[in-house]
Every structure is written in C-alpha cells, then in structure tokens.
Ligand binder design. Structure first.
Ligand code: NDP
Length: 289
C-alpha cells in the first residue's frame, strides 16, 4: 500500500514593517501560491519595531524563512544585516526584498523593477526617451535609478520640497552613475508638462487611500495622448488621476499594476516559479473594492 506523504513543513515569506497592518501583500501572494499549488507557502505580515530589526532578521534565519519584504521604516536600516545587495539597490540606497539562501541574505529593490515591468507590459521601452517624475521620495528614487540604468535620455524631477537627501541627492546619484540628462524643478503650482515628453510618472503619495479624491497638481491639458502616464498609487486600484486620464483618452497604467509586477518578481525570486499575475490582480481588486 502506498503511504500518503506526510510533510507539513511551512515555507515562510512575508513582510516586516511598521505600520504594516494595511499592507495587502498577503492577499496577492497567497492567491498566487494557491494557484501555483504551493499549499504550504505562507506570507506573514509582521509588525517589527524600529529597534527590533536585528532580532527580526535573526528570527528570519532561525525560522529558515525563504525571504522577506521590508517596508517603512526598515528599507535602509536592513542593509547592514545583509551579505550582498544588488547594484541598483546600492544606488537606490534601500532594499525591499530579501532572499535567504541557507542563511546567506541577498537584498534587492523591486519597486523600480515592478515599475519597469509595468511599462514593458504596456509596450514602452525607456531607452532614449524623456520622462517627467513627480516626487523625489523612495518610489521616485527607485524608478529614476532603474530608468537611468535602462538608458533613458532625459529625466525632469519635480518635487515640492527641495531636500539634499531627496531631490538633490537623487540628481547627483543619477549623474554619477548613469548617462541620463537630469534636472530638478521646484513644484510650486500647477505643473505644465513639456511638449515632447514621452513618459509622465506620479511618484508622490497624492491620491492614496483614504485621500482618494486628491490629484497631483498638474495642468491636465498639458498631458497629450502621445505620452504614457504611470501612477504609483496601489490603493485605490484606480486613482482619481488615472480615472481623469482614461476619460481624456491618455494611455496610462495604475500603481496596482506596478505592485502586482513587483510581487510577481518577489515570488519568482523566492520560489523560482512564475506566478499568474491576472490571479494576483483579481485578488487585489476584490480586496480593495
Ligand atoms: P516618500 O514618503 O518617500 O515620498 C513621498 C513623495 O510624495 C515625496 O516626494 C513628497 O514630497 C511627495 N508628496 C507627498 N504629498 C504631496 C503633496 N500633497 N503634493 C506634492 N507632493 C507630495 O514615499 P514613497 O516614495 O516611498 O511612496 C510614495 C507612494 O508610492 C506611496 O503612496 C506608496 O504607496 C507608493 N508606492 C507604490 C509602489 C507600487 O508598487 N505601486 C511601490 C512603492 C511605493 P516632499 O518631498 O515635498 O514631501
């Protein structure tokens, strides 16, 4: 008689953050695991105090977790506990995904990579193009670095607060490490997008739940239908900005699409398998509607 295999070992991944309870990663990832037949893979949402990160990383190793996402406030601090980080994570100065290979920890930043995958799935190649990026925080930083490394010709960063660590620091990093022509503009009123711009990116938190009626202060008439607009806001799935762009017939993609792409990349890094992004997107839509 064949004995049924008895293997109840859980494969653990998850997210460390604070606050973290509103992070929908578990919904997206576990929907993918189920569809892939990875029944014993679990995505844990873990609240880690700022001063407990080292213990949390030791816990990850002790539990032989396969990997973890890091969100605020740990993305920068976590680097000192890692054995190796990717080139782009080094330039961005932040890690959001860790892979644990038998106790050796590798750090990657998938924020900008999810963004690039979202552009690619819309048929956009950044090589030789020009972009206007609103915002100069963590998301903008990873997006600009990835576009710079992929050969974009021109980036204009528009931000309301000029800050050495954000706008200026980012300009310097791009100038030193990529060939992109980059300039920084203060955002002090409705911004008019220059003609000839190919890609427009809202990399601010404007429009994020619960402030769902807010729109970035952009002259909407300056956005033309030969431009492509990418929003970073994942919640709501369709922001007021994206709704208005769609009403005007401007090609665009949501931050939810970007989030799904980076979650799919995380799963590939942890399991070695490609998940079904449609299933992940539907799970997110169901959760946030
Ligand atoms: P940060 O706090 O690092 O940066 C926020 C940016 O938004 C800053 O440039 C800030 O400007 C700007 N900003 C905030 N409020 C306003 C406003 N009212 N008017 C103009 N600018 C404003 O956050 P992150 O960069 O980490 O995240 C930004 C957004 O990106 C979040 O909503 C997050 O959910 C989303 N995100 C989405 C991802 C995805 O996969 N879809 C991945 C990563 C992030 P200032 O410097 O002047 O304060």
């Amino acid at each position: 008689m064949d004995l049924k295999e008895q293997n109840y070992l859980d494969h653990l991944v998850g997210v460390f953050g604070q606050p973290v309870s509103e992070n929908p990663g578990v919904v997206i990832q576990e929907a993918a695991f189920q569809a892939m037949g990875l029944e014993r893979w679990r995505f844990l949402t873990i609240d880690v105090d700022r001063d407990q990160l080292e213990n949390a990383i030791n816990g990850l190793k002790a539990f032989k977790m396969r990997g973890i996402n890091c969100t605020m406030p740990h993305k920068i601090e976590v680097i000192k506990y890692l054995d190796e980080i990717s080139e782009s994570a080094k330039l961005i100065g932040a890690v959001n995904t860790i892979v644990n290979d038998g106790g050796r920890l590798f750090g990657e930043n998938t924020d900008g990579k999810g963004f690039m995958m979202s552009l690619e799935s819309n048929g956009i190649d950044v090589n030789g193009k020009s972009a206007v990026v609103f915002g100069a925080g963590g998301a903008a930083r990873s997006i600009c670095v990835e576009m710079g490394l992929a050969g974009i010709a021109d980036i204009t960063i528009v931000n309301r607060t000029q800050d050495r660590h954000l706008g200026d620091g980012l300009v310097e990093i791009l100038q030193k490490n990529t060939k992109v022509k980059v300039r920084y503009v203060d955002w002090d009123g409705p911004y008019s997008i220059e003609e000839g711009t190919d890609i427009v990116i809202n990399a601010t938190s404007v429009g994020l739940y619960p402030d769902i009626d807010a729109m970035p202060d952009i002259d909407m008439d300056s956005i033309k239908d030969n431009m492509f607009v990418q929003d970073v806001i994942p919640n709501p799935v369709e922001t007021a900005f994206i709704k208005e762009l769609r009403r005007r017939g401007i090609p665009s993609s949501t931050g939810a699409g970007m989030l799904i792409n980076q979650a799919a990349l995380n799963i590939l890094m942890w399991t070695g398998m490609e998940p079904d992004k449609d299933i992940m997107y539907q799970a997110l839509e169901r959760e946030l509607s």
